[in-house]
Design a protein around this ligand. Structure first.
Ligand code: DGJ
Length: 744
């Protein structure tokens, strides 16, 4: 890996064994993108990729006879108002009222490793030899403003990360109205754009559309989260790309607030991709001496299809975004009481559930919403982070000890960013809401958003929740967030800083996460937002797993987990077996299927085990034994392969293959059963062709075993008799295959 600088041609070549990213400083001092893609040779003459032609309406950036025009140039960080009529990467309002900037190259530096972006979340290098970072420094003389574009290339991954930093040097203030994290231009438009979109209970469905001239985007404006409707990610794939072949560019933003990820195809078929904080309603004032750093964009290039892109994101995010003691540990099997009881529980009920869970091999009991303040429904209590002693006479401290005495660890739900008006906190601090004086305060789930732009608010919540944690035996925290922001206004900020509210809010959330994770490094945090409304890389930096969706139906989860897996590792996806009929869809699926899907996540249960028969507890015991045996492979060591897509057909399948390719686990799920139909073939991926595997799966309580070479399993496929699916329940039946290499 290296970052090469060619002084004569002012070209930077960021390259490793698989990718090349080539930047040139143009004659006008701005940066041009010459090439991004599969690794190419390095040479001084890479400027041959610069395209320049005389055209009508050409706005030329330099004195005659130059014809260098920004309109037709593939730029690294395009600005507004200088002859480029496409969307800019940045807009800076100056005191004169001008939005025109002219940032020209001043210097650059290349350093080993990757500097931290704290307090913003970002990927990291554990050892300086893992990555190299290039900072290119530009300056705008008129406003006396600095712009740094920062690029990191990883040694072992086809990954480039980018962010920008704007610093005001001059005596006058400036206001940043738009500052994207990255802008990249590709020389053609022969791509399909992949987005992860959805809504509550159907988060991160895959949507693929061809690129055409004009703008296509995915974005969030919800204020409190990256949202259920959109995920801060897009990919461009060549038509015909499959899981294992084809060229794909992935763009992911390490951020949890309002974002924009956009493609713009020009009339000359250039494709400009940019992503960053959503400029809508955003404005950030920089006084003299202040700086603003954008979130980090993580770009992955794959010439081996979507599957490879995903596996790169998985490994990078699992090992170089997630931090802390839980990064490399398989996750405990948990029981969450939410769907089992909702708000209707007391201490005895919880202990009854926990003791039954212990019998079934479950390791962690999570007490969800309803344990604090006057919280017996969702009208009251948020903000009062002290135990409701009427429901739990032993308090959280006593309850957690009793749960531990049963042999389980104890976890607790919180929703620290929110407040009900019916709470002691609101009565004491009615002005702590995000709200606009004189305007109606829109409510959602009877709750309001606390003003986390204010340090004293974050301090207060931190003190309150620390008192609970310090006095109890808490091993896990589920950090929920159940509404989007309205009336984004802070009474603590002056008029000219109201455009900062939503970004400052997210910085407040990151601040509280930083304080809690640093003070309680052994606690496993799981983020949540009405299910998966804040499932993003920013959250993963603080909380290594996230509740994927409130939809716990096994078949719906096939789609949600499949879509999420485009970017996010299996170990980040909270996935639970819940009761049937399912609470979201009233659908009944076999318990084997519910487990077969949930085990490709941080496996757990979300039901009342005290209602289950001894027979059911035995089944669950079998499932927890299985997960304990294979979770290291599925969650930590293995590579994830999507085999069959629920978005394309009746069958879904995915597999985890160990890095040494000696073991694998695969789940196969069908939607509806088919009568008198042909056999199926399950084609594996990622196996070693020459290895003979013992393939086992369970049907109706019997273990069936066969042997096959990796090449047979991958190219001919494993034949599946539909009779087996019938015996597994027919509709929504699942089969779980384990593969073990036979010793030579
Ligand atoms: C929304 C979450 O997604 C659920 O799992 C549960 O924790 C509820 N909130 C509790 O209010």
């Amino acid at each position: 890996m290296s970052i090469i600088y060619h002084k004569n041609t002012r070209i930077f070549h960021l390259t490793n064994s698989s990718i090349s990213y080539v930047i040139r400083i143009m004659e006008n001092g701005q940066a041009e993108n010459l090439y991004y893609g599969k690794k190419i040779h390095d040479r001084e003459g890479l400027e041959c990729f610069h395209e320049e032609a005389m055209r009508s309406h050409l706005a030329v950036a330099l004195p005659e006879p130059s014809i260098l025009s920004m309109q037709y140039t593939r730029q690294e960080y395009p600005g507004y108002g200088r002859g480029d009529y496409r969307s800019p990467a940045f807009v800076i309002l100056q005191e004169s009222g001008s939005r025109i900037s002219d940032f020209t190259y001043v210097s650059h530096r290349i350093e080993e490793g990757k500097p931290s972006l704290a307090p913003l979340p970002a990927t990291y290098a554990e050892d300086p030899s893992e990555a190299q970072t290039l900072t290119i420094c530009f300056h705008d003389d008129l406003s006396d403003t600095d712009l740094d574009l920062v690029y990191t290339i990883y040694r072992d991954y086809p990954v480039i990360t980018r962010h920008a930093r704007i610093s005001q040097k001059g005596p006058e203030s400036v206001t940043i109205e738009r500052a994207m994290s990255a802008s990249v231009e590709l020389p053609d438009k022969k791509f399909e754009m992949i987005r992860l979109t959805g809504a509550w209970a159907r988060e991160r469905y895959i949507k693929t559309t061809p690129l055409e001239v004009g703008i296509q985007a995915v974005h969030s404006l919800t204020g409190t989260g990256s949202s259920a409707e959109a995920n801060p990610f897009l990919a461009l794939q060549r038509p015909g790309t499959t899981e294992s072949a084809g060229e794909v560019y992935g763009f992911s933003l390490v951020y949890s607030g309002n974002f924009l990820a956009q493609t713009e195809v020009s009339s000359f078929d250039l494709t400009r991709v940019m992503l960053g904080i959503n400029p809508e309603s955003f404005a950030w004032k920089l006084e003299s001496g202040e700086s603003f750093t954008t979130p980090e964009a993580v770009m992955v290039y794959s010439d081996q299809g979507l599957g490879h892109m995903s596996r790169v994101y998985h490994r990078l995010y699992r090992t170089r975004l997630v931090r802390g003691v839980w990064r490399d540990r398989p996750r405990p099997i948990l029981l969450n009481n939410w769907e089992g009881t909702y708000f209707d529980f007391d201490e005895n009920k919880l202990l009854e559930m926990a003791s039954r869970a212990a019998e079934a091999g479950i390791e962690l009991f999570v007490l969800d919403d309803g344990w604090f303040g006057k919280r017996n429904d969702d009208y009251a209590g948020l903000g009062d982070w002290f135990c409701n002693m009427e429901k739990i006479p032993s308090g959280i401290s006593g309850l957690s000890e009793k749960i531990e005495a049963l042999g389980l660890k104890f976890g607790l739900w919180v929703e620290l960013e929110m407040i009900n008006k019916d709470s002691d906190l609101y009565r004491a601090h009615p002005d702590w809401l995000i709200a606009c004086p004189g305007r109606f305060e829109s409510h959602s789930r009877h709750q309001h958003v606390l003003d986390f732009t204010r340090k004293e608010v974050v301090d207060h919540i931190y003190e309150m929740i620390c008192r609970v944690i310090d006095s109890s035996r808490i091993s896990y925290i589920k950090w929920d967030m159940n509404r989007y922001m309205t009336e984004p206004f802070s009474v603590a900020l002056p008029a000219d800083r109201q455009g900062e509210v939503m970004h400052r809010y997210i910085l407040g959330v990151y601040d509280l996460y930083t304080r809690l994770t640093e003070r309680f490094p052994e606690i496993l945090f799981e983020s949540c937002a009405s299910g998966g409304a804040r499932f993003d890389p920013g959250m993963l930096y603080f909380a290594p797993q996230a509740w994927t969706s409130d939809d716990t139906d096994a078949y719906e989860r096939c789609k949600i987990q499949y879509g999420s897996s485009l970017v996010y590792p299996v170990v980040s996806m909270g996935a639970h077996v819940s009761a049937v009929p399912n609470h979201q869809l009233a659908r009944t699926t076999p318990i084997e299927t519910r487990a077969a899907v949930a085990m490709f996540g941080t496996f757990g249960y979300e039901l009342d085990p005290a209602m289950l028969s001894d027979y059911d507890i035995e089944i669950i015991k079998g499932q927890t034994d299985f997960v304990k045996k294979y979770r290291d492979l599925i969650q930590i060591d293995g590579d994830f392969y999507r085999l069959l897509s629920p978005f394309e057909g009746n069958e879904t399948a995915f597999a985890a293959v160990s890095r040494d390719k000696k073991r694998a686990v695969a789940t196969f799920v069908q939607r509806l059963n088919k009568v008198n139909a042909s056999w199926l073939r399950l084609r594996f991926a990622g196996l070693a062709e020459d290895v003979l595997y013992r393939v086992s799966h369970q049907v109706g309580g019997n273990i069936l075993t066969t042997e096959a070479y990796g090449d047979e399993l991958m190219y001919a496929g494993l034949p599946i008799d539909r009779e087996e699916l019938l015996r597994q329940g027919g509709d929504f039946a699942a089969l779980v295959f384990t593969l073990e290499a036979k010793e030579a």
